[in-house]
Design a protein around this ligand. Structure first.
Ligand SMILES: CC(C)(COP(=O)(O)OP(=O)(O)OC[C@H]1O[C@@H](n2cnc3c(N)ncnc32)[C@H](O)[C@@H]1OP(=O)(O)O)[C@@H](O)C(=O)NCCC(=O)NCCS
Length: 201
């Protein structure tokens, strides 16, 4: 398996891979392929940390990073990743773990100080992520007293995050409207959506 930086010529294939990975997982259909697309036009996007896993010339996994914001100001030291995707046929074989560990090492090498993410604590705790609130770091829109265990952090430089507590937010590219998604989705192969479930995000 080859791990390399994403090239602009990978963009559509990567978006399609993200769509395959997230489709019907957290809700009927998904919007993560649009997030990936919009992130690349954002000032927060970090192409130097946008990695793909390649098997026999096809993309089977990807991860993308962007800078966080604090009080509306872009952070130069604090970044986040997501979406991270592994094609359903390749899940559970360590590809997601490799993408995370390799890019965390690379982020540290590049001088970034901390990484903030949202996701399942059961998965991300194995890479050293802990609840962001333990560092005094909170997500915009979530009450401060709420632990919000899905908002997690890892320090790449020990003590950095604890020295920079506050309320952080992700780039606007993570939000999209249904109309935008519907139009964007037409560029991809037709797919049936499942019915909504009470457990949907
Ligand atoms: C999440 C994802 C990137 C992990 O990649 P992967 O290559 O399948 O993961 P790995 O093989 O490195 O690790 C597999 C382990 O992670 C666990 N795992 C995978 N996804 C998980 C999730 N969303 N929540 C909790 N645990 C998860 C598996 O149960 C497995 O556990 P085990 O090692 O105890 O058997 C991949 O499954 C995926 O693309 N999922 C759909 C999209 C998604 O949910 N992205 C992440 C959003 S936060």
């Amino acid at each position: 398996m080859l791990f390399r930086l994403e090239h602009p010529s990978d963009y559509w294939e990567n978006e399609n891979l993200t769509r395959e990975a997230f489709w019907d997982v957290y809700k009927p259909g998904c919007n993560e392929h649009l997030v990936l697309h919009n992130l690349r036009n954002s000032q927060a996007f970090l192409p130097q940390l946008s990695y793909v896993a390649v098997e026999k010339g096809s993309l089977v996994g990807n991860i993308v990073y962007a800078k966080l914001f604090r009080d509306g100001i872009i952070c130069e030291d604090i970044i986040g990743f997501g979406p991270i995707s592994v094609h359903p046929e390749w899940q559970g074989q360590g590809i997601g773990s490799k993408l995370i560990t390799k890019t965390l090492e690379k982020a540290k090498e590049l001088g970034y100080k901390a990484v903030l993410i949202t996701g399942n604590p059961d998965y991300y705790s194995r890479f050293g992520f802990d609840s962001a609130s333990k560092f005094g770091v909170h997500l915009k829109g979530i009450p401060l007293e709420d632990e919000a265990a899905f908002f997690m952090a890892i320090e790449l430089e020990k003590g950095f995050l604890s020295a920079h507590p506050g309320v952080y937010e992700f780039d606007a590219a993570y939000e999209s409207t249904d109309a935008e998604l519907e139009a964007f989705d037409r560029q991809f192969p037709a797919k049936e959506k499942r019915k909504p479930l009470p457990s949907d995000l």
